[in-house]
Design a protein. Sequence first.
Length: 338
Amino acid sequence: MKELLKELCLINGVSGDESAVREYIIGKVKDFCDYRVDPLGSLICFRRGRKSSDKKLMICAHMDEVGFIVTYINPDGTLCFDEVGGVNTTVAIGRQVRVGKSGIAGVIGSTAVHNLSKEQKEKAPDYDGMYIDIGAKDREDAMQYVSLGDCVYFDSEFTELGANIKSKAIDDRAGCAMMIRLIREQPEYDTYFVFNVQEEIGLRGSGVSAFSVAPDFAVVLEATTAADIDGVSGAKRVCWLGDGPVISYMDRRTIYDRGLYDLAMDTAKELSICCQTKTKIAGGNDAGAIHISGSGVRTIAVSLPCRYLHSASCVIAERDLEPSYKLVKRLAERIHEL
């Protein structure tokens, strides 16, 4: 699954521009399922299982990644831009990026440190004070390669860090990789698999796709914040790399179905899989839109612990991948058997 994850992470797909990711996934699953693309761009797949069920289950992950968008071209050829999704400015400065369909390289810059006032040095910059330098000599030169509204992506390699993996877009290409594998291996029961768009800017794709599919149950696959580093202690660590999948009971958008939470924990125990839950109420994911769709959907989230979320260098433990996959596969079976 690591090679599949690598291929997915290296595809560019900022929110609203996920087509390349979607086409890659279609190529991987088209021979195994019926599929359609909804008007917003989410990929909805129906995979027949070995058995039919009177319960409709949807397993989903989002295709989009955080990034930026070009808003203006300055006279000197540098680019003004804004964030797409929640990207802290401190992880953007100095990063190499790729811009637009041409993929021209650029660097995110800001006012030189020796030109900053004392007050400016003491606080993080905002995007109004930053720019992208693509090496253009002036606006006319830049316009040969870049247009307003072009998406901007982190230029980041997929790298093994000891037993860990570093890349952009692990949030949530890891979930997409698990779903591709589930489709190709055939589930026990008929299942809908939905690869959503525009999660990072407000759970937009999942609200639409959940309304369309109208599931009874949903399992959301995600990556979630781990702060298990030196200097952070107790509950503020949230979750830990290497301690297995994260089963959430609550975040800022969802209070998860208690019955499904208990079932997921029991399933991990059944499989002798080490799992954990978040020790801080933070963040949110597509479950926030799914569980209140239609007449309501019983929803649970299973996430990979991930350091440095929403940056060019997301880090996960490779040893968390397989247990997360096994947990989701068995959990899906047990949901149908409720």
